[in-house]
Design a protein around this ligand. Structure first.
Ligand code: OOG
Ligand code: NI
Length: 461
């Protein structure tokens, strides 16, 4: 019997191949990678690392290879096939994001590994959006967009054949896995040749920049690849020092002792030369801004209660002050954010006790086990240790415009979100996982395992 290359290994191979390709396409990404690696090494060497309560090995070893990417697909068939491709790499759709509330005509999911051990091996994720053609108002333009998209094939014949082979055999041999990675990489590659005329491109841009980005090209080029840093404030300063045109403020929660959710910052899209086919079989030159650089810091995954508190405090902040795009009020915004978030406990034990964040509880082998098997007593005694479960998902809407939607009729917004989610899942050919349920199951499994460890060790009797 031949042995297969594991989905985790294929995912790691793919993430690495993507990183090499993107570094060639966008040199500033290479600068980011080097800078983030240095920042992370500094944090890991300092006391700051201890305060993060990371699970040794599991949470620390994955960081240097950790990144996410983002793509935007044009048709339901593309999404369905992409889901099959990602499944070969052990990546499954988690969460539903309706970006129409932020005036962006797409809805999305995150393809990522789900099991704790798979995340530990390589947590590579791809934020994957599907264009919602029905949100293009102009009927002619909508029809043009639709026929343009229906004409393209974003997967090579070999990519499709290898995906089918993986499904039939239940895996891929090392040789096939290598070909698979090479073939799939082509789908994500940047191509300067637009497949619409300059006029159609201009009309699409006028409809929405993102629509133009999806419809005008032969494939869903990767639009950014984001390394994870352990200290985004240090990384942000370094970005400025490197002369990269960084955003003025970091999106998400403020700087905290106990990081939560996700903090992100980016530098602006590159202005790239492209070319459009003309009617005489030649080309006309053009420009497009699609791709950008981004870095992120990941903290504890929040429970629904924690997430509600986060959303409330962010909305409170934004009701007081909105960050200017030019960065003029960046310091004032950050001060207000920090002040408002004083209502969010910044202590691991408090976050656990109040049910605001998810944790992996483990047993400290150095402490003698007391008679009680009460979780709170065990935490007090230092027998149980708290390590936050890392947030593996995204916050694209809260950053961009959930606030706009708050101005509208909530009930109607909910209805709309519901029906679009069903439409998305129909296209996907399956349902998206509920991220809260995944975190909850992970927390429970760790707790049960730790309790069982104490009981079998016998010293608790
Ligand atoms: C994806 C935006 C979402 C993130 O980090 O929140 C994302 C896109 O612009 O296509 O990558
Ligand atoms: Ni991103």
């Amino acid at each position: 019997m031949t042995s297969f290359r594991s989905p985790n290994a294929i995912r790691a191979d793919f993430s690495s191949a993507m990183s090499i390709m993107y570094r060639e396409e966008v040199p500033a990404y290479g600068q980011l990678m080097t800078m983030v690696a240095e920042v992370n090494a500094n944090v890991l060497r300092s006391d700051a690392a201890i305060a993060l309560n990371m699970t040794p090995e599991e949470d620390t070893s994955r960081i240097s290879e950790e990144r996410h990417g983002a793509i935007r697909l044009g048709t339901e068939a593309e999404l369905a096939m992409m889901a099959r491709v990602f499944a070969v790499m052990g990546m499954f759709p988690v969460g539903y994001y309706d970006l129409s509330v932020a005036s962006v005509p797409v809805h999305s999911t995150a393809f990522r590994p789900i099991e704790r051990s798979d995340l530990a091996e390589n947590p590579f994720r791809v934020f994957t959006s599907l264009l919602r053609l029905e949100l293009i108002e102009d009927e002619d333009l909508r029809r043009t967009a639709q026929t343009t998209l229906e004409r393209r094939q974003i997967f090579s014949d070999s990519a499709i054949a290898l995906t089918e082979k993986a499904e039939q055999q239940g895996g891929l041999s090392p040789e096939d896995a290598q070909s698979f990675v090479t073939e799939i990489l082509e789908t994500f590659r940047w191509n300067i040749d637009a497949c619409v005329s300059a006029e159609t491109f201009a009309a699409l841009i006028a409809s929405h920049r993102l629509t133009a980005d999806v419809v005008s090209f032969k494939g869903p080029h990767i639009n950014h690849l984001t390394p994870r840093t352990l200290d985004i404030d240090a990384a942000q300063s370094e970005m400025v020092a490197l002369g990269l045109p960084a955003k003025a403020v970091v999106e998400g929660p403020p700087t905290r002792k106990c990081p939560i959710l996700l903090r992100q910052t980016a530098f602006k899209a590159l202005d790239e030369s492209i070319r459009f086919p003309d009617q005489k079989g030649g080309w006309v030159k053009g420009q497009h801004t699609a791709r950008f650089g981004e870095i992120e810091q990941r903290g504890a995954a929040l429970t629904p209660k924690g997430r509600a508190l986060y959303d409330q405090l962010l909305a409170e902040t934004r009701a007081k002050i909105l960050p200017d795009a030019n960065g003029d009020n960046a310091q004032e915004y950050e001060a207000t954010l920090r002040k408002t978030f004083e209502a969010f406990p910044d202590d691991w034990r408090a976050l656990y006790d109040q049910g605001l964040a998810y944790f992996k509880i483990s047993v400290n082998p150095e402490i003698e086990v007391p008679a009680s098997l009460d979780v709170s007593d065990l935490l007090d005694a230092g027998v149980f240790l708290l390590s936050p479960i890392i947030y593996e998902d995204f916050l694209p809407v809260s950053a961009a415009g959930i606030f706009q939607s708050n101005l509208g009729d909530d009930a109607r917004d909910n209805l709309q979100a519901q029906s679009s989610k069903e439409q998305f899942e129909r296209a996907l050919g399956g349902s998206v996982a509920d991220e809260f349920a995944l975190y909850d199951a992970m927390q429970d499994a760790a707790l049960q395992h730790s309790l069982a460890t104490l009981q079998t060790s016998g010293s608790g009797q």
